[in-house]
Design a protein around this ligand. Structure first.
Ligand code: BES
Ligand code: MN
Ligand code: ZN
Length: 488
């Protein structure tokens, strides 16, 4: 979908030439800034009881006398915040997407001043509504006809809205890529497939890419990544993607994404129920690819590196066993007490690699723990970092992107849980505080870094009837990287 803006007067909304006009009504009173023809149609609908001014409600009217576009729909938003307006956009666009129109113009009535975030919200809603997974289900249906959305605004708001739709369009492209890759099943989306996708992305967006195979990973000494990978027939990959948007000497922002293309638990095997959802265990990796896509599209003046350790976690005669001790790239030995705590193993080697890039900041993104889902549910990602300013910047980025996170603690007291009699560190502690001990494990590999960890186990995908990847936290990460750019 294509997103634009158009500056216009209230009266001219009725004569906009589009295939459909979506009018978002803000608040519980009929807004004043509606052209006469639409005001009349709204009054009639309210009087007849066809529409109630309650958030989430929509009404499709078809043709309205005095309005040029042949289709008109209303959608109600509780208030003018980008979050509320985005909900109304999504509901309204969902109404229109099955119809014949290609181009929808959107007018927000009663919102007052429009900001960048409103433009961004339209793109986000449009992307959500129009995405269709087809890779292994070509019968899913035809591409929705809706291909363009234009946010109407006043001259005064034009610059902000234009910036917003551009940013939103880039994020949507990144989110869509992340969703698509994460949705692909484990037998399709293997480590080799992820590497190919990274190479395609590099070609399309002019990034540099390096893909290390098993031999090269062995040569580097990534013993923890290799231990996880050794139970599978699918060889691991270590993917390095570079976007150069700033001077060569500018220290890069480094994103590290967990790329477990299927997590069975290994010898510490998981229960069967919902194990299929462990194909989403590469959601962190997908979000790194999506963020690189968005940042490259925006030509952001920053150097950005994406690191993706990727493999399968399977049981077999060659698989790593509970009690095995391996040596990580950092030189620390690790006692693998539970082979299902594999994410932190592949990440610690990637974090050690990140140190070599002399980064200004490293953020890892991982579907790391069920405990994080227990703690925060499915709304906020878990954020762990010892650096207050970094925590603030990431929290702000998440709020701005409507892709929120919540800071969790990293007190040294939690570290005792990882003591081992047979290695420098154990890969698990007790059940209690599991998201925190996982982060404490990673922290042990980040002494020399400005580092943050995002646990996206609860936010990277949805279960149930709407099972599918969300593309989170591409929005949060893109906003964060943008804020690190030269001149930002
Ligand atoms: N990929 C899982 C985490 C996960 C589980 C995400 C369920 C979303 C839903 C991770 O590799 C894992 O298995 N973690 C274990 C850690 C435990 C063994 C300490 C967990 O959370 O149970
Ligand atoms: Mn696991
Ligand atoms: Zn996992």
């Amino acid at each position: 979908m294509d997103f634009r803006h158009q500056a216009i007067t209230v009266a001219a909304v009725a004569s906009v030439s589009a295939d459909a006009l979506l009018v978002v009504l803000v608040g519980s009173k009929a807004p004043a800034d509606l052209p006469a023809a639409l005001g009349k149609a709204l009054q009639a609908a309210l009087k007849q009881g066809d529409l109630v001014l309650e958030a989430g409600r929509t009404l499709y009217l078809g043709q309205v006398r005095g309005v040029k576009s042949p289709r008109v729909a209303f959608a109600v938003a509780a208030d003018s915040t980008p979050r509320s307006v985005k909900g109304a956009f999504a509901a309204g666009l969902a109404q229109l997407k099955g119809l014949g129109g290609r181009h929808v113009a959107v007018w927000i009535a009663g919102a007052g001043v429009l900001r960048e975030a409103h433009g961004e919200a339209l793109a986000a809603a449009g992307g959500d509504v129009s995405y269709l997974y087809r890779h292994t289900k070509p019968s899913a249906g035809p591409t929705p006809k809706l291909t363009r959305a234009t946010l109407l605004c006043t001259r005064a708001d034009e610059a902000a809205v234009d910036a917003g739709v551009r940013l939103g369009a880039a994020i949507v492209a990144g989110v869509t890529l992340a969703r698509e890759l994460a949705n692909r099943p484990g037998n399709h989306c293997t480590p080799a497939h992820l590497a190919e996708q990274a190479q395609e992305l590099a070609k399309a967006m002019k990034l540099e890419v390096e893909v290390l195979g098993r031999k090269e990973i062995e040569k580097l000494g990534m013993g923890a990544l290799l231990a996880v990978a050794q139970g599978s027939q699918q060889p691991p990959r270590f993917i390095v993607l570079r976007y150069r948007g700033a001077a060569a000497g500018d220290a890069p922002v480094v994103l590290v994404g967990k790329g477990i293309t299927f997590d069975s638990g290994g010898i510490s095997i998981k229960p069967a129920a919902e194990m299929d959802e462990m194909k989403f265990d590469m959601g962190g990796a997908a979000s790194v690819l999506g963020t690189l896509r968005a940042v490259a599209q925006l030509k952001t003046r920053v150097n950005l590196v994406g690191l993706i350790p990727t493999c399968e976690n399977l049981p077999s005669g060659q698989a790593v066993k509970p009690g095995d001790v391996v040596t990580s790239l950092a030189g620390k030995t690790i006692e693998i007490l539970n082979t299902d705590a594999e994410g932190r193993l592949i990440l610690c080697d990637a974090l050690a690699y990140a140190e070599r890039l002399k980064p200004r900041v490293v953020v890892d993104i991982a579907t790391l723990t069920g405990a994080c889902v227990v703690a925060l549910g499915h709304h906020r990602s878990g954020l762990f970092t010892p650096h207050d300013a970094l925590a603030e910047a990431l929290t702000r980025a998440g709020d701005a992107a409507l892709d929120p996170c919540w800071r969790m603690p990293l007190d040294p007291e939690y570290d005792d849980a990882l003591k081992s009699n047979f290695a420098d560190v154990a890969n698990v502690g007790p059940r209690a505080g599991g998201a925190i001990t996982a982060a404490m494990f990673l922290k042990r590999f980040t002494d020399k870094l400005r580092w943050a960890h995002l646990d996206i186990a609860g936010t990277a995908w949805k279960s149930g009837a709407h099972k599918g990847a969300t593309g989170r936290p591409v929005g949060l990460l893109t906003h964060y990287v943008l804020a690190q750019a030269d001149g930002a």
